[in-house]
Ligand binder design. Structure first.
Ligand SMILES: C[S@@+](CC[C@H](N)C(=O)[O-])C[C@H]1O[C@@H](n2cnc3c(N)ncnc32)[C@H](O)[C@@H]1O
Length: 284
């Protein structure tokens, strides 16, 4: 029997439930998309109507598991190696040397970077390759933490095997140096893989993950663009707390902190504009 269309009231309920859970927000124009993905999930659960599916989502434990699966179906996971080259140039040529100089002065040889919303891993592996290339941190403890709400994406990231679409802007040099060929695909070398620690995590709850403290740089690119205003603000405030003083926040090229936070300083670097947590006021 065909399933009756998703009503506006059902759409609003599920839309708000998703936004409260993980920040992703779908406005009325995307109702068709939400309906299509919901249909997939209700068929997978052998349910007969959207009403039944929404009731299923309200079940104490099965409901939150199902919500995660629904979010996996709805999130945009688009990513590729060396995305947003101008920003990566700022990272490599300006941010890393600045952090290195600052830390050399105190003798702290530790670098902690978080790729927030890392999808299938191309972003944190790009960061790792750039750090290895710089050769400036070879005797340092370098940790690149990477998290995504999608268990499927994190599984792909941990496997580290990619096809041509992931390399649409990658220089042949990096392919040759940091990957091995495997059945027409490319596998990332252990030297890169070992620098990155992947976790399934909901960014809105990132503060509950203890290893995420004291970060030098947070990359959160092409993630908040899909969030509602309240979740954007909540996430940015959390990033502020997770960053060390003078730590950097790098957003995607179409994202900014306008209307979200005034706590960060906007730095005009040669290659890009980036956000920085200011040093503690009143410090010498
Ligand atoms: C478009 S991809 C961006 C990937 C990468 N940062 C880039 O710029 O290429 C957005 C990713 O954010 C993830 N995401 C969305 N909401 C999230 C949340 N609340 N917690 C963790 N990850 C989330 C999605 O699963 C998706 O993989």
């Amino acid at each position: 029997m065909p399933v009756a269309p998703l009503s506006d009231a059902e759409f609003t309920w599920v839309r708000d439930r998703i936004a409260g859970f993980c920040g992703l927000y779908f406005d009325q124009e995307l109702k068709y998309l939400v309906e299509r993905r919901l249909l997939r999930r209700l068929e997978a659960r052998h349910l007969r109507s959207f009403g039944e599916y929404l009731l299923y989502l309200q079940r104490p434990s099965a409901g939150s598991q199902e919500l995660s699966l629904l979010v996996e179906n709805l999130a945009t996971n688009e990513t590729y190696f060396f995305r947003e080259d101008f920003q990566l140039r700022a990272f490599r040529e300006e941010i890393l040397p600045e952090i290195k100089a600052r830390k050399e002065a105190t003798g702290e040889h530790r670098l902690r970077i978080f790729s927030a919303g890392c999808s299938s891993g191309e972003e944190p592996y790009t960061i790792a390759m750039l750090i290895l290339e710089s050769q400036a941190f070879s005797d340092w403890k370098v940790e690149i933490l990477a998290g995504d709400i999608s268990a499927t994406m994190i599984e792909i990231a941990r496997r580290g095997i990619y096809s041509a679409a992931s390399f649409r802007v990658t220089d042949e040099y990096y392919l040759q140096k940091y990957f091995t060929k495997l059945n027409g695909k490319y596998q990332i070398l252990p030297a890169v893989k070992d620098l990155v620690h992947f976790n399934v995590l909901n960014l809105l709850l990132a503060e509950k993950s203890p290893p995420l403290l004291n970060l030098d740089i947070i990359f959160c690119r092409n993630v908040i663009i899909y969030f509602n205003l309240e979740s954007k603000r909540q996430l940015v405030a959390q990033f502020y707390r997770l960053l060390r003083e003078e730590g950097f926040l790098l957003l995607g090229h179409s994202e900014s902190l306008m209307n979200l936070s005034t706590a960060f300083r906007l730095r005009h670097l040669r290659h890009d504009l980036v956000y920085q947590k200011p040093p503690h006021e009143g410090k010498d």
